[in-house]
Design a protein around this ligand. Structure first.
Ligand code: PEP
Ligand code: MG
Length: 587
C-alpha cells in the first residue's frame, strides 16, 4: 500500500500501465568468446531496427505536418545511426572486452558524451542530447523494451509514471485511462487539475511507485484518500469495490441538486461556475449544475501540437463555446504559459525559475502578435455578449494598463474593418500575485471584475512551489495570511462595486465553502465534479452561521489551528460529505 496525495476523488480498480520516462539501466555482463559474433549481430540488428523506426516516424510526420524542422531532427538522428565510429567502437569493445552489446554501447556513449562536454561551441555541445537519444533508442531495441506512450493505450488501464506533464494528461482525454498515480506532483499542479476535470481518480507524490509496479499488475487507486494498492488481496478488493459503489451512489444523489440554485437557507445567492480546459467539457459542466464557465484555461488549445492555432481556428473554437453556453457566460482567461505549462513554441530558453519568470501576461505582452491574435479571436466570438476577458498573473496597474491598451487597439482594428463584437465586454484581473492583492483597491478602479487564483496566490504568498511534493505540507489554504489576503481583496472589490470570484482549487474544496461564503465572495468557479457537494453545503446553512465561523477562524493564529477548527465544524455539520471526502486528508 502506497500513501500519497489524493488529487482527484473516486476509486478505480484495474490494471497498471507503466509509462516509462527513465533512462534504460544497463548492467555489465560478460560473454564467452564464441558469443561475440552473435552479440555483434544483435547490436547491428538493433541499429537497423532503430533506423526503420525513425524512418516510419519521419514518414508519419511529413504526412501530417508541413513544417520541415521536425523531420530535420529525425534526419540528424538517422545520420548518427549511420556514424561508423559509433558502430566500430561498439563492435571493437564487444570483441576486446567480451561484454554484452548493451554494455559496450553504454561505454561508447559515455566516451562520446565526454567529448561533447569538452567542446567550446555551445551549439555543438548541445548536440550531445541527440546522441543520447539515439543511444537510448538502440539500447531499448537491444533489450526488447518498447517505450510506452499514453497515446498507445488501447484498453482500460491505470497509468503509473514518475511524473506526468499537463500535456501528457491531456492525451488521457481521448484515451482509456481510468486513473493515474505518480511519484511526483502536488495538489494544484496542472496535472492534478486536469485529472479532476477529466474525472479520473488520481494520487500523486507517491515517491517511488513507478519503480515498484509492472505493467499488468492489478491495482487500486483511491483518489479520495490518496491511497494506491498494488496487487490487492481478495479482502482489499472487496472492500474497495464496496467503497467505489458508495462513492458512485453518493455522486448520483448529489447530482439531483443540479437545477436548484446555490442559495443559503436565508436566501443569499452565490454563483457556482466551472473551470474548463477544453470546450468539449461544456456538456459535463452543465450536467453538474454549473451556472457558467468561470475560467477557461485557453492555453490548452495550444499544447500538444506542432503548430500554433491560427486566429481563425481560435475564433471558431471560442464562438462554438459561446453558442453552446448562451445565455450562460464564459470567462476567457488569456493564454497562461510558463510555470508547469511549458510550450515549446514559447519557451525558447530554459529558465532557472520558470514560476517567477516569463509566464502568463508577461509572455503575452512580449509576444504581442500572438496576444493580439487571441484577443481578436475572442472579440469576434463575443457577438452573443456572453464572453468575458481575464488577464492572468497581473502584478500591478501598469501591466493591466498595457494589456488594456492592446485590447483597445485590437477593438479599434475590428471597428475599422466593421467586424462586430461585444463593445461592453467585461475585462477582469486574476488576483494571484501578492503585489496585485496588496494593490487590489487600485486595480479595482480599472477593471470590471476580479477572479482570485488561489493556486498561484498561495504559492507566491507562502513561497512554496505548488507542484513540489516535498513542500506540499506547507500548502495551506487556511493559513491566516491567505485568509486575510482574500478578505482584503474582496473588500477592495466591494468598495469599488465590482464583482469578485475565485477560480483556484480552494473554490471547489468543500472544506472551505463556509469560510468563503463568510468572506462574502460573489462567485466560485471549480472543477465541475465539486459543484454538487459545494452546492449541498451552501443550501444547508445560513449566511450568518458562515460569517460567525469565518470570524472565529480569522481570530486564530495559525493554519493548523484554523484547519482543526474548520474540520471539526464541517465534519459535525456534514458527516456524510466529510466521511467520503475524509476531512483529515484535505490539507
Ligand atoms: C490559479 O492560479 O489559482 C488559477 C486558477 O490559475 P492556474 O491554476 O491555471 O494557474
Ligand atoms: Mg494561476
Amino acid at each position: 500500500m502506497f500513501k500519497g496525495i489524493g488529487v482527484s476523488p473516486g476509486i478505480t480498480i484495474g490494471s497498471a500501465f507503466l509509462v516509462d520516462r527513465w533512462k534504460t539501466r544497463v548492467e555489465k555482463t560478460s560473454i564467452k568468446k564464441d558469443e561475440t559474433a552473435r552479440e555483434i549481430a544483435r547490436f547491428k540488428q538493433a541499429v537497423e531496427l532503430s533506423k526503420e523506426q525513425l524512418c516510419q516516424i519521419k514518414e508519419k510526420i511529413s504526412r501530417e505536418i508541413k513544417d520541415k524542422t521536425y523531420t530535420y531532427i529525425i534526419d540528424v538522428h538517422l545520420l548518427i545511426l549511420e556514424d561508423q565510429t559509433l558502430i566500430d567502437e561498439t563492435t571493437q569493445l564487444i570483441k576486446k572486452e567480451r561484454v554484452s552489446a548493451e554494455w559496450a554501447l553504454e561505454q561508447v556513449l559515455i566516451h562520446f558524451a565526454s567529448i561533447f562536454d569538452g567542446i567550446d561551441d555551445e551549439y555543438l555541445r548541445e548536440r550531445k542530447s541527440d546522441v543520447e537519444h539515439v543511444g537510448e533508442r538502440i539500447k531499448k531495441n537491444l533489450i526488447g523494451h518498447k517505450p510506452k506512450s499514453i497515446e498507445e493505450i488501447k484498453s482500460d488501464v491505470v497509468v503509473i509514471a514518475h511524473d506526468l506533464t499537463p500535456a501528457d494528461t491531456m492525451l488521457m482525454h481521448k484515451g482509456k485511462v481510468k486513473g493515474f498515480a505518480t511519484d511526483l506532483g502536488g495538489r494544484t499542479s496542472h496535472t492534478a487539475i486536469m485529472a479532476r476535470s477529466l474525472e479520473i481518480p488520481a494520487v500523486v507524490a507517491l515517491n517511488n511507485i513507478s519503480s515498484q509496479v509492472k505493467t499488468g499488475d492489478p491495482i487500486i487507486v483511491d483518489g479520495s484518500e490518496g491511497v494506491v494498492i498494488v496487487k490487492p488481496s481478495q479482502k482489499e478488493f472487496t472492500k474497495y469495490l464496496e467503497k467505489q459503489r458508495k462513492f458512485i451512489y453518493f455522486e448520483k444523489e448529489l447530482l439531483k441538486l443540479r437545477d436548484l440554485p446555490a442559495e443559503t437557507l436565508d436566501g443569499y445567492l452565490l454563483e457556482l461556475s466551472a473551470n474548463i480546459e477544453f470546450p468539449e467539457e461544456v456538456h459535463s459542466i452543465i450536467e453538474h449544475g454549473a451556472e457558467g464557465v468561470g475560467l477557461y484555461r485557453t492555453e490548452f488549445l495550444y499544447l500538444n501540437r506542432p503548430t500554433l492555432p491560427e486566429e481563425e481556428e481560435q475564433q471558431q473554437v471560442y464562438k462554438h463555446l459561446a453558442e453552446q453556453l448562451t445565455p450562460l457566460t464564459a470567462v476567457m482567461r488569456i493564454m497562461d504559459f510558463g510555470g508547469d505549462k511549458i510550450d515549446p513554441h514559447f519557451n525558447s530558453e530554459p529558465e532557472t525559475n520558470p514560476v517567477l519568470g516569463l509566464r502568463a501576461i508577461r509572455l503575452a505582452l512580449k509576444r504581442e502578435d500572438l496576444f493580439r491574435q487571441q484577443l481578436s479571436a475572442i472579440l469576434r466570438a463575443s457577438i452573443y455578449k456572453n464572453l468575458r476577458i481575464l488577464f492572468p498573473l497581473i502584478s500591478g496597474v501598469n501591466e493591466l494598463r498595457q494589456a488594456k491598451q492592446i485590447l483597445n487597439s485590437v477593438k479599434a482594428d475590428l471597428r475599422a474593418k466593421k467586424i462586430p463584437f461585444d463593445e461592453e465586454i467585461q475585462v477582469g484581473v486574476m488576483i494571484e500575485v501578492p503585489s496585485a492583492a496588496i494593490t487590489a483597491d487600485l486595480l479595482a478602479k480599472e477593471c470590471d471584475f476580479f477572479s482570485i487564483g488561489t493556486n498561484d496566490l498561495i504559492q507566491y504568498c507562502i513561497a512554496i512551489d505548488r507542484g513540489n511534493q516535498h513542500v506540499a505540507y506547507l500548502y495551506e489554504p487556511l493559513h491566516p495570511a491567505v485568509l486575510r489576503t482574500i478578505k482584503s481583496v474582496i473588500s477592495a472589490a466591494n468598495n469599488e462595486g465590482i464583482w469578485v470570484g475565485m477560480c483556484g482549487e480552494m473554490a471547489g474544496d468543500p472544506m472551505c465553502t463556509m469560510i468563503l461564503l463568510g468572506l462574502e465572495i460573489d462567485e466560485l468557479s471549480m472543477n465541475a465534479v465539486s459543484i454538487p457537494t459545494v452546492k449541498r453545503i451552501i443550501r444547508s446553512i445560513r449566511r450568518e452561521e458562515a460569517a460567525e465561523l469565518t470570524y472565529h477562524a480569522l481570530s486564530l493564529t495559525n493554519a493548523k489551528e484554523i484547519e482543526r477548527f474548520v474540520n471539526q465544524e464541517m465534519s459535525r455539520r456534514f458527516p456524510n460529505i466529510f466521511s467520503i471526502v475524509r476531512a483529515e486528508d484535505r490539507f
